[in-house]
Design a protein around this ligand. Structure first.
Ligand code: SIN
Length: 505
């Protein structure tokens, strides 16, 4: 399980959305309607879905539950918009993307408040995510200007060969709740930069961050239908986005389990796809590493978003000769982390997304301790909220325990001992996943050996933070395929057309 877009159980028929009590400078950013063809639409049936604050269970607002027909109408708008947009210059497209990014920057505080309210992450992380989201827009706005075709050496006297790079067409994406803004911009920005249009279905738990991006796109002057944000039940909205033949490309970030189903749905109309799925990141600390740096890197990786990222360190392998020393150092720092309401500027660990996430974390801890792991610290429900978990450290974890093969997705550090390099590489690769991995060493020869042998799409050496717009993010094995960010992320939204020209008189 990871960041699947599970639909909220709470749907209700109401004519008018309930008033939100969120304190925003610009209240107009909180949209309780879908962004379709530059207009704000509710569902014809009046059906709305509640969005609740995971920290205190209060209602953040409501969003429409669209019908299939309503989503299909959005696809029609998207198709029309794409045809016009593809004719614009890359420079024109970049200008509009930068305007969007400027507005996002200007509204950063409100966007962060909305994100913390619906997602639970600490406000300092929400502010960081808005910058992170914008970095994708700015990067791809410029990268769109560097989409080059090719001319090829000819093998026949009278033929010339040209390769054209063209936008793939209408795109759709389903995005996760753990990064409600950044996972949208890293799909939308490359798509728009190269001449595609995009329909986004945000996670049902975190639609307001997405809808606010729609409002700012409108203010930036985006043409009608270019970017649309549709909300509703996953099977209804996702069903259309994966099956409508007018959609050429589908991009998903979420769990491997959901990804498999969506891939099967896309197969019928043979869509181009990118899938950023679950992970089970090993984090290896060799005995020659700088332990303080390893400790800081592990905290950054493990406790980001309360452990709810697909690149969070999941299995921490520490060489036995330094394990006790490392655990003591790490425990001291972990116990300083502040747990509680994400709205407080000092909070380091906010609420988990829902009760299922809490239950899963508790049951993984119980399974591990029942089988002999030692709970060094934490792992208790915090007094501030029933969805806040105090950061846990488990020592002496081994592969017989469920957390070794499960994406924990909670603030729980699982520490495994190891003796040799060969052994730890074999254990680190012994998983169906292959998204991110990390290792700490100062030995140059070992660096190359280990990095080459780890079967992962992303390797962090002596760092716990690997996410950036300038590098290709994505996995191997059952962590998916396709890359987001960097020049490789642009390719995902392009087709390659080969053009043979007869130049004989
Ligand atoms: C994710 O958890 O899906 C993405 C994390 C990141 O971009 O750093």
């Amino acid at each position: 399980m990871a960041k699947s877009s599970k639909t909220s159980k709470k749907t209700a028929k109401t004519a008018k959305p309930k008033k939100s009590t969120l304190k925003l400078k610009n209240k107009a950013l909180l949209k309780q309607a879908c962004f379709i063809n530059n207009d704000w639409k509710t569902a014809k049936t009046g059906e709305m879905i509640d969005v609740v604050n995971p920290f205190d269970g209060s209602l953040v607002g409501q969003v429409p539950s669209l019908s299939k027909a309503e989503v299909k109408k959005a696809v029609t708008h998207s198709q029309k918009a794409q045809k016009d947009w593809a004719k614009k210059t890359a420079f024109h497209r970049a200008e509009l993307l930068h305007k969007w990014a400027d507005l996002i920057e200007q509204n950063k505080q409100d966007l962060a408040i909305m994100m913390t309210a619906e997602q639970g992450k600490p406000i300092k992380e929400s502010l960081g995510e808005i910058d992170y989201a914008n970095s994708y827009i700015r990067f791809f706005a410029e990268e769109g200007k560097r989409v080059y075709g090719d001319t090829l050496p000819n093998d026949k006297d009278d033929l010339r060969y040209v390769v054209l790079k063209q936008p793939v067409g209408v795109c759709a994406s389903v995005t996760p709740w753990n990064f409600p803004s950044a996972m949208i911009t890293r799909k939308v920005a490359p798509a728009l930069a190269v001449g595609c249009s995009m329909i986004v279905k945000p996670a049902t738990q975190t639609p307001f961050s997405a809808l606010a991006l729609g409002e700012l796109a409108l203010q930036a002057g985006f043409p009608k239908g270019l970017l649309q944000i549709v909300t509703g039940k996953s099977d209804v909205v996702g069903g259309v986005l994966t099956s409508d033949e007018r959609i050429a490309k589908f991009s998903f970030t979420g769990s491997t389990e959901v990804g498999r189903k969506l891939m099967a749905q896309c197969a019928e109309t043979v869509k181009k796809m990118s899938m950023e799925l679950g992970g089970n990141a090993p984090f290896i600390i060799f005995d020659d590493a700088d332990l303080q740096k390893a400790c800081d890197g592990l905290i950054a990786s493990k406790y980001r978003n309360a452990g709810q990222t697909c690149v969070c360190a999941n299995r921490i392998y520490v060489q036995n000769s330094i394990k006790d020393k490392f655990v003591k150092l790490y425990q001291k720092q972990v116990e300083q982390l502040k747990v509680g309401n994400g709205m407080n500027k000092n909070t380091d660990i906010g609420a988990l997304i829902n009760q299922d996430a809490m239950k899963k974390a508790q049951s993984l801890i119980k399974d591990a301790t029942d089988k002999g792991a030692k709970l060094v610290t934490g792992g208790k429900v915090h007094s501030s909220s029933k969805l806040c978990l105090t950061p846990a450290i488990l020592d002496n974890v081994d592969e017989s325990m469920a957390m070794a093969s499960t994406e924990i997705f909670a603030p729980v550090t699982a520490i495994y001992g190891f003796d040799t390099e060969d052994e730890v590489i074999q254990r680190a690769n012994d998983t169906i996943f292959g998204l991110a991995c990390y290792f700490y060493t100062n030995d140059l020869q070992r660096s190359w050996r280990v990095s080459e042998q780890l079967e992962y799409g992303i390797v962090g050496q002596n760092t716990g933070l690997i996410s950036t717009a300038v590098a290709p993010f994505g996995g191997v094995k059952q962590s998916g395929f396709g890359r987001e960010g960097s020049k490789y992320g642009v390719e995902e939204y392009l087709t390659t057309k080969y053009w043979a020209i007869n130049v004989a008189d």
